[in-house]
Design a protein around this ligand. Structure first.
Ligand SMILES: [Zn+2]
Length: 166
């Protein structure tokens, strides 16, 4: 069974090193480094110098998001929505990737279920794949809507809005 980490143990207003974070959760430093390299904790880095510093409030955000994702695995084209409490598809035309000069990226989109903006932390190495998956999703949704229209069904408001904005 997957171990559950309580994000509330991290103090929002203090910085953590790999070492102090490993101590806090009783895990190996290599585990924390894996979180950084493979699971998106890199988004919490505020100082890359040694010792590397991670911001408490960002660790908490990441931990919550990561564990939610772990619990119910997101499909390739989905982002976990805390409000809907499940992985959700995102609305056509709302997919964005924010990059920085480090290895981290944030995938963003508007939840198909509740209109909230969703964030998924990831790493640059996955960017091309994510772009492919999410734009394929975009196309599929558009095609489904066009088909609906051709059957004489009224288009959804948000779809009309989306076409107007383009
Ligand atoms: Zn939602």
């Amino acid at each position: 069974m997957q171990r559950k980490y309580d994000y509330r143990r991290v103090k929002a207003n203090r910085p953590y090193t790999v070492e102090t974070l490993a101590e806090l959760y009783g895990v190996k430093r290599t585990t924390v480094r894996d979180w950084i390299k493979k699971h998106g904790l890199a988004n919490a880095i505020i100082d890359e110098k040694r010792p590397m510093l991670l911001k408490g409030v960002l660790i908490r955000l990441w931990m919550k998001d990561w564990q939610a994702r772990r619990k119910s695995t997101c499909g390739e084209r989905e982002i976990y929505c805390v409000a809907c409490q499940r992985p959700q598809k995102i609305k056509p035309g709302t997919f964005r990737i924010h990059t920085s000069n480090t290895e981290k990226i944030t995938v963003q989109g508007v939840c198909y279920g509740c209109n909230r903006t969703l964030n998924r932390f990831d790493v640059k190495a996955n960017q091309a794949v994510l772009e492919r998956h999410f734009s394929a999703n975009h196309q599929m949704l558009e095609e489904a809507l066009i088909e609906q229209n051709s059957k004489g069904l009224a288009p959804r408001n948000d779809y009309v809005q989306h076409r107007k904005n383009r």
